[in-house]
Design a protein around this ligand. Sequence first.
Ligand code: NYM
Length: 215
Amino acid sequence: SGVMAGKRGALIVLEGVDKAGKTTQCNKLVQALQQSGQSVEMMRFPDRTTIIGQLISAYLEKKSDLEDHVVHLLFSANRWEMVPSMKKKLEQGTTLVVDRYAFSGAAFTSAKPGFCLDWCKKPDVGLPKPDLVMFLQLSPAQAALRGQFGEERYEIDDFQRTVQQKFDQLMKDPSVNWQEIDASQSIEDVHREITTHSLNTINTAQNLPLGELWK
Ligand code: NYM
């Protein structure tokens, strides 16, 4: 808004189960967009640099235990604390490439016993709505070929299968602009696909208002 208002940046999210290549692809996408002259920044959730992020990081590294509802709300709070700066950057015309967002939040917690997807989505209702969510699709068998999981919490085969099912449920929601990407392709082929979708989204988003997620 405002007299001098230029075109806003796009909010672009990469999601997927662990080992799908999200971080690699986020980095390559940011580089490619920069080279094509776009103003772009990368973000990741959890953002482990804040006070809330440090609590989350200690939990993931199994250095601390937190009650399951509490850690869920901390993941959400870690997104909300970034919202003012995200909105400012988008308004200034900077595109944000985000490694995980509320979809990881809902999928990972709802994979725990006793949690339903609906409850898990609630704290993130109203977050800035991504203009595009690319889901890097990789079967558990293909993920296994990429080596062992790490030592962090949640990096267990069975749990990841349940997380995948929760993502499948989330992807049925047509209010979100999902693009499924076959992550079993080569890094360069995945990158080309992601860059094409992103450039298209940057073009269409610049004339549209930023939406509110799940609202
Ligand atoms: N994770 C990530 C959640 O459980 N909830 C969330 O809201 C987010 C953003 O944290 N296994 C989980 C998914 C991952 C772990 O992510 C850390 P990364 O991308 O490995 O740092």
